[in-house]
Write a protein that binds this ligand. Sequence first.
Ligand code: SAM
Length: 348
Amino acid sequence: MKNLIDKLYQEQTLEKDEFIYLLEHFDKETSEYLFSLARSLSGKYFGNEVYTRGLIEFTNYCKNDCYYCGIRKSNRNVDRYRLTKEEILSCCETGHELGFRTFVLQGGEDGAFTDEVVVDIVKSIREGYPDCAITLSFGEKTYDQYLKYYEAGANRYLLRHETADDAHYRALHPDSLSLENRKECLRNLKKIGYQVGTGFMVGSPYQTTECLAEDLLFIKELSPQMVGIGPFIPHKDTPFGNFPAGSMDLTLFLIGILRLMIPNGLLPSTTALGTIDPKGREAGILAGANVLMPNLSPIGVRKKYELYDNKICTGEEAAECNVCLRNRVASVGYEIVEKRGDFIGFEE
Ligand code: SAM
């Protein structure tokens, strides 16, 4: 086991069967060994600094019907909302005062946000907050659409590939969505010049260890700047409502692996991780993560952006969340910093 982890540390990748072996045989001791190497690498590139991204969940309308997602089109129990441009800018204002230097606009695939509307919002944030990075995350668009947003001032795009195994992709999504298109979107985003984030859920229904090994190899090939992973958590009003949640230990182990694969990468310790375990986000940092994405959405809409059951941080004001997170990060020896936190060496 340790020899495979050493090989990963040296070569930043493994063969598929080696990843499978690691994922099927890891235990507490190997995890601790992996995490100590992961921390030495995050320490080398980032010291004890943790970056934050202010998450603005600007719409929960979605034209897609992903079987795992709480805001899927067919969920009639969702109270749908859209933020106005003014509301989004007000979130940025609050966030900037609190020290955020990256804003993430995340939402469902909502036709009401035409390219014209998106470009106008991005330009306004760019003008109002020239010292901040703008990250977008609202699904699959064409090359030309991504280009328009980039030219308006967006810097980064988050689009999890969800699973790199074709049959698994089809088990998680309706026929209207395809892994090929998802991958094409990611390649287009890279070509345009975005800092790109991809990722997957850990423990999603029908996922096998082989699927996870394929995820890791796909990530190696894509070479993204950011990778977001978190446990799958069931949502009661979806077809996957009765499936079990993903494992915390496996999610942490995969964060450690990703740190060894992309030593200078931006790896969030996700809200989903904090939802399955009260100390999940702290554990994620100790496994090699270096980014947190607190919620900046207006308090009145937070519960409506429920991707999975019991999502945390839906009841507190942004300022309260900020203090809580700073303390949590400090409790494990790290520090939240007021920086954009770009990928090291990334030229725009
Ligand atoms: N619509 C955009 C997209 O498809 O990329 C962004 C929003 S989408 C809701 C953000 C992410 O939430 C997805 O990439 C997915 O991995 C995650 N997610 C959705 N449902 C989830 C669940 N039940 N458990 C954990 N994560 C979930």
